[in-house]
Design a protein around this ligand. Sequence first.
Ligand SMILES: Cc1cc2nc3c(=O)[nH]c(=O)nc-3n(C[C@H](O)[C@H](O)[C@H](O)COP(=O)(O)O)c2cc1C
Length: 202
Amino acid sequence: MTLHTSREPAKTRRPIMELLAKRWSPKAFKLEIPTEDELISMFEAARWAPSCFNNQPWRYLVTTRDDPEVFSRALGCLTQANAAWVRNTPLLAFQVMREAFEYNEKPNPWSGLDCGLAMAQLIIQAESMGWSVHVMAGFSRDRVRAAFGVPEGFRPMVAFVIGKEGDPDTLPPDDREEERAPRVRKELEETVFSDQWGKSLF
Ligand SMILES: Cc1cc2nc3c(=O)[nH]c(=O)nc-3n(C[C@H](O)[C@H](O)[C@H](O)COP(=O)(O)O)c2cc1C
């Protein structure tokens, strides 16, 4: 499979799926909007994520540049720093989490993990189809609630952009540099332990 991304793939100690090695979070996007069929594939991928008690706590609000009023309402929920680059992207969405289990209405401590798994599946599906996704925590939950009528018991979790990777030269200088900087990660020794906390498995 040849992937669409221009960035160097992650340097890994052993091989990983090309899709994962090449995934990254761009800020420069083209303005092309995914078709409805493409979006259905992405949200189907998310739909089939595992979740605690099969509770499926994920919900989504999706806006595109096709509807400038709704798109700018969504943009208005972001921090200034995020809005600065997201205004030049084709699609801005929010993932919203149901906080309680549906079967007993008790708080669901795993709903955040469930939502993360669904986002990961959406991202990987999108990448496999030539689209990139950039997730953001920089937005106001209250503004999303007010702007889109999110009911009690649901919490806006993350904002995200879906689009095709664009030209970094279209970004402001600071973002441009970051866009080309090498991707970095902690070493496995720092995060994967064996029989004692802090004792590396590898
Ligand atoms: C929950 C979450 C919140 C994030 N919030 C922001 C954000 O507000 N703005 C932003 O530009 N990137 C945001 N990011 C993107 C991360 O900065 C990015 O994933 C990380 O630096 C690793 O880079 P990579 O995705 O290119 O590998 C967020 C990512 C996640 C998963």
